[in-house]
Design a protein around this ligand. Structure first.
Ligand SMILES: [Zn+2]
Length: 119
């Protein structure tokens, strides 16, 4: 359950956008270190700017995705989370979530079964 690779899609894209900003600033900083070599500084400045512009685009994309995401309450931590697609992970506790009943994990299924039986 604490699998690092299994993260919420929105969180993953957000991390990607944030790292793009950092990479952009690092590239620009390196560019300043090479201010004696004009073409290299210029190249690094342009690359840094592209990286930051890209992150803005990615942030915009997250905004677009968020409007399409389904807001649900996580059954594990009972917080509101956004789901993208048929299968996604909770943004808070990384609990795998699914819209498709046939894809639900064993533990999940058992809970549902026992609820049905008690009725
Ligand atoms: Zn959760």
């Amino acid at each position: 359950m604490a699998d690092i690779t299994y993260r919420s899609k929105i969180n993953r894209i957000r991390t990607f956008a944030l790292s793009l900003v950092f990479i952009g600033f690092i590239i620009m900083y390196v560019g300043l270190l090479f201010r004696n070599i004009e073409w290299l500084m210029l190249l690094l400045m342009i690359l840094g700017t592209i990286s930051i512009v890209l992150s803005t685009v990615v942030y915009f994309w997250i905004g677009m995705l968020s409007t399409r995401a389904v807001v649900i309450v996580c059954p594990t931590c009972e917080k509101q989370t956004k789901m993208l697609g048929r299968v996604d992970a909770c943004m808070h506790c990384r609990q795998p979530l699914t819209m498709d009943k046939s894809l639900e994990g064993k533990e999940f299924d058992e809970k549902y079964n026992s609820k049905k039986k008690s009725r």
